[in-house]
Design a binder for this molecule. Structure first.
Ligand SMILES: [Zn+2]
Ligand SMILES: [Zn+2]
Length: 382
């Protein structure tokens, strides 16, 4: 069947205004969005601004005037390779840009907006009131969907934008409280991730080597995504507040606490944390009041520390280290005594039977708050 409609071969837009920005060319869009921009409307269209000031958020359509060419598949800002229809890269056939921004003010023919990632002199194509219905109805669905695509997306955004406080807030979700050790782990890990320009998908291509098993290590695990469970965390029982972040080739960065770190922190951050730490952790005083005091002062100190210069706290050096092979996957064997499935390498043959280490009352290694140690006589009795 022949359609009555003819295909439109070409669309011509007239610029309705021009955008003034602090950025002469495209830059890190996260940084660009922190700045305010001015959208100047040409006199012929000023009337169209009537009642725009009632909107808190608006949509700006503009032209990527600096893009000269396009690719259909391209690398995004976060380093992923995607078709351009599933990304926001500027190199696109129609060079059409769209950003939702916060409207700060409308004065005459000029709008002040925040969150616009347009380069200076970008031609304005259109402005619309923001349609938030999909977000109001499905904000969680949108967020969930993003997390399904890349569960660490938000963490990497925080790393790139130096949003260390956001990282600490989230790291607290696994650590249970806020403390200087966690803050240091978060700071060190965020620095290394940004400096190396890496992310982890939990497939052991990025590895974190931690030299301590305390609060610091939870900051490392959360921010790097290298964890006990995905085998990308290596624990070297050296008792040092230090960690290395390395790629599969063994190259990376080691960040360690300096001799004077404690003094630097105490000089810049006043808090009663030290005294209460002695009591609660060292002397094991578990009374509720002390506990609450420990958490409160730990939190204050942790957040205050985030403003300190990372180079004053840590020694940062390049490293090349030997890293283990990818973790192997072993079949499971059923223990003939307890009937539980066991990794094949953890089974002993006794009288032609497969017996797990626990049933065999054999020694095994345990990682706990005191480090790695061999457990010779397991408590478990069958
Ligand atoms: Zn802690
Ligand atoms: Zn068993």
């Amino acid at each position: 069947m022949k359609s009555d409609q003819q295909h439109i071969d070409q669309i011509i837009f007239n610029p309705l205004g021009v955008i003034h920005s602090d950025f002469k060319s495209r830059f890190d869009h996260v940084e660009m969005k922190k700045h305010e921009s001015t959208v100047e409307i040409f006199p012929a269209y000023v009337e169209a601004l009537y009642r725009l000031n009632e909107s808190e958020f608006i949509e700006i359509y503009y032209f990527f005037h600096l893009s000269k060419d396009y690719d259909l598949i391209s690398r995004t800002y976060s380093g992923e390779t995607r078709g351009i229809f599933s990304s926001r890269v500027p190199r696109r056939p129609n060079r059409l840009a769209h950003t939702t921004v916060k409207l700060i003010s409308v004065e005459g023919n000029k709008l002040t907006v925040k969150g616009l990632d347009a380069a200076d002199e970008s031609p304005l194509i259109d402005i619309k009131a923001c349609d938030t219905s999909i977000f109001e109805n499905g904000q969680n669905a949108v967020r969930r969907n993003k997390r399904r695509i890349n569960p660490r997306n938000e963490i990497i955004k925080h790393v790139k934008a130096d949003e260390i406080e956001d990282l600490l807030l989230k790291a607290g979700q696994i650590h249970g409280h806020f403390c200087p050790g966690l803050a240091m782990g978060v700071m060190a890990a965020a620095y290394a991730m940004k400096a190396l320009g890496v992310n982890s998908d939990g497939m052991e291509d990025l590895l974190a080597i931690t030299e301590t098993n305390n609060c610091f290590s939870d900051g490392i695990q959360f921010v790097t995504g290298c964890t006990f469970g995905n085998n990308a965390l290596i624990f070297q029982d050296l008792g040092k507040t230090a960690f290395s972040l390395v790629r599969r080739n063994g190259k990376g960065m080691r960040i360690s606490v300096k001799e004077e770190t404690k003094e630097v922190i105490n000089r810049h951050v006043k808090s009663g944390f030290h005294a209460v730490f002695e009591e609660v952790v060292k002397n094991q005083n578990r009374n509720k009041e002390k506990h609450d005091q420990f958490k409160r002062s730990g939190k204050e100190k942790a957040f205050a520390m985030l403003n300190l210069d990372i180079r004053k706290l840590f020694l940062i050096e390049e490293v090349k280290t030997v890293i283990p092979d990818y973790a192997r996957s072993y079949e499971s064997i059923i223990c003939d005594r307890c009937g539980e499935p066991v990794m094949a390498t953890r089974v002993i043959n006794i009288d032609k039977k497969h017996i797990c280490l626990a049933c065999a009352h054999s020694g095994f290694y345990q990682l706990d708050g005191n480090g790695i140690k061999e457990i010779k006589h397991p408590n478990r009795e069958q």
